[in-house]
Design a protein around this ligand. Structure first.
Ligand SMILES: [Zn+2]
Length: 194
């Protein structure tokens, strides 16, 4: 269980975590050109995260009762996995009866459950989906790309968005600011007569 806990911790703090240790992982023997060091660092961190996610999921399958192999793994099992991860979550999701439902900054504690943030789950599924296909899995049989998983993530997003009073809408292109009101309190320009 410890490893799972660590795993979710790294998920949650991934953006701040620059101290990822390479456990003798020499998978990428190709040295990247010096010009793209930043990109390479970002991508190797992503690769590491993917590998960790994959190991975690593998562990989950191994501990599954009844035993489950990857080839027999369906979208339903992926949902099971996501729900299982909720117990390690750190995101307060208010229930509709909570007075802070829809409150982005509750002024007091409440007994609502902690869950995995939608963003973490969404990113996790994206990584697992990629690894599955990198390891020779077919897109048609990718359990992480199953319709049920997509629907579940959408549901979680809507639910958490409402419960936490935050918007997960994709950032839209910035609209120009609305034109200033016609009747401005500014003094008329001197000499601006008609
Ligand atoms: Zn609450």
């Amino acid at each position: 269980m410890d490893s799972i806990q660590q795993f979710m911790d790294t998920c949650n703090s991934d953006l701040n975590n620059n101290n990822i240790s390479f456990g003798g992982a020499s998978a990428s023997s190709s040295t990247s050109p010096a010009s793209s060091t930043a990109t390479a660092a970002t991508s190797s961190r992503y690769e590491n995260q993917k590998r960790r996610d994959w190991n975690t999921f593998g562990q989950y399958l191994k501990n599954h009762r009844p035993p489950l192999s990857l080839s027999r793994c369906s979208g339903a099992h992926v949902l099971e996995f996501l729900r299982y991860l909720d117990q390690f979550g750190k995101t307060k999701v208010h229930t509709p009866i909570c007075p802070f439902y829809g409150h982005p900054n509750p002024p007091a504690p409440c007994p609502c459950p902690l869950k995995q943030a939608w963003g973490s789950l969404d990113a996790l599924i994206g990584r697992l989906r990629a690894v599955f296909e990198e390891n020779g899995g077919k897109p048609e049989t990718n359990p992480f790309g199953a319709r049920a998983v997509r629907l579940y993530l959408r549901e979680v997003r809507d639910l958490q968005s409402k419960a936490r009073g935050v918007s997960y809408e994709k950032k839209k292109r910035k609209r120009p600011p609305p034109p200033p009101p016609q009747q401005s309190p500014m003094l008329p320009h001197p000499g601006a007569t008609q």
